[in-house]
Design a protein around this ligand. Structure first.
Ligand code: NAD
Ligand code: IPM
Ligand code: MN
Length: 347
């Protein structure tokens, strides 16, 4: 079990530190942790957010535990040198095209979300976000038009094979859950989305047991707060999935709770909280590490087939929350290490 640990910037080292303590506590045989530099931290040390040495570590590992990247002081850099390129580069280089972002309400948190408790308590959904395409990876640029106005542009596109493989990921996930798949797009306006919808319908023929619906992304944003209990699996593109998953996090309590798995074909994956480097609270011991701890659980499940150990971690997080151990993001006062301690105590 060779796990690359890429802590990154801001609260990244704080939250991965707690997740590592949790993994180590399990006493797994053959566990090997290898650290690597990513993001602004890597840029400051090596002049690049995703150094070749880090990519080598990633390729030699069975899975990656990732913290967060992002550093407002480096936002002036050319885009290819910005911290965020580390996570984008890893996703692309390693073919991590399927991003699973589950959201459910933990017992005791029903009254702490941004929704009314009776609405929130119904939530148990999974966002399957495409991660290798869309407007994120199209050509982009800044230019000056003939009349002197500056223009920024980004090319949005999906090829049918890219849609087909994420559609399969969505249907397969639905088969293991409630057998409902909602494909979210903007096919009323975007050609990218029309192709998306056409291909998802084609792929649905392979999954007759799954009930497929389609929803425009603006309506999906509304439905997510109106009646989130209607969703089982949501499959969507890179940009819409990014936005809807941050929104889903507040529907279940906090962005400090949402874990994710970024998967390639096979067992390899990168596991990270959906949140960023949170510069506003970095270095203060205030970050909630639960999203990262839950990401480690997803890693044990998906990359190592250790279902029982994954459930142990998830149960320990649930138990810590149930006894009232909450970070500031949930209106509590527990710090990062205190939350880690509580989870460890329940393991
Ligand atoms: P953010 O997710 O870092 O923070 C948004 C808000 O949520 C902040 O108020 C923050 O304090 C809070 N928050 C986030 N995680 C928390 C946690 N674990 N516990 C408690 N509170 C938490 O988003 P942002 O402020 O828009 O971005 C900050 C930087 O992070 C930017 O540079 C951005 O590009 C980067 N970013 C990186 C990733 C990633 O590495 N995958 C993801 C999102 C944003
Ligand atoms: C996320 C982040 C990233 C994304 C950024 C940092 C590139 O917001 O992982 O959700 O947009 O995918
Ligand atoms: Mn995001």
């Amino acid at each position: 079990m060779r796990i690359a640990v890429f802590a990154g910037d801001g609260i990244g080292p704080e939250v991965t530190g707690e997740a590592v303590r949790v993994i180590e506590k399990l006493g797994l045989p053959d566990l090997e942790l290898v650290e690597g530099d990513v993001g602004g931290a890597a840029y400051r040390k090596h002049g690049h957010p995703l150094p070749e040495a880090t990519l080598d570590i990633a390729r030699s590992a069975d899975a990656i535990l990732f913290g967060a990247v992002g550093d407002f002081d480096l936002d002036h850099l050319e885009r290819h040198l910005r911290p965020e390129q580390a996570v984008l580069g890893l996703r692309k280089e390693l073919g991590l095209f399927a991003n699973l972002r589950p959201a459910r309400v933990f017992k005791g948190l029903e009254g702490l979300t941004s929704l009314r408790p009776e609405v929130a308590q119904e939530i148990d959904l999974l966002i399957v976000r495409e991660l290798n395409g869309d407007v994120y990876f199209g050509e982009k640029g800044m230019r000056t038009l003939e009349d002197g106005r500056r223009q920024g542009w980004d090319m949005m596109s999906y090829a049918e094979d890219e849609v087909r493989r994420i559609a399969h990921a969505g249907f397969k996930a639905a088969m293991t859950r409630g057998k409902k798949l909602c494909s979210v797009d903007k096919a009323n306006v975007l050609e990218t989305s029309q192709l998306w919808r056409d291909v998802v319908i084609e792929v649905s023929k392979d999954y007759p047991e799954v009930e497929l619906t389609h929803m425009y992304v603006d309506n999906a944003a509304m439905q997510l707060v109106k009646n989130p209990g209607q969703f089982d699996v949501v499959v969507t593109g890179n940009l819409f999935g990014d936005i809807l998953s941050d929104q889903a996090s507040m529907c279940v309590g906090s962005i400090g709770l949402l874990a994710s798995a970024s998967l390639a074909e096979g067992s390899f994956g990168l596991y990270e909280p959906i949140h960023g480097s949170a510069p506003d609270i970095a270095g203060k011991g205030l970050a909630n590490p639960m999203a990262t701890i839950l990401s480690a659980a997803m890693m044990l499940r998906h990359s190592f087939g250790l279902e029982a150990e994954a459930v142990r971690i998830e149960d320990a997080v649930a138990a810590a929350l149930a006894e009232g151990v909450k970070g500031g993001d949930l209106g509590g006062s527990a710090g990062t290490v205190e939350i880690g301690d509580a989870v460890l105590a329940h393991l």
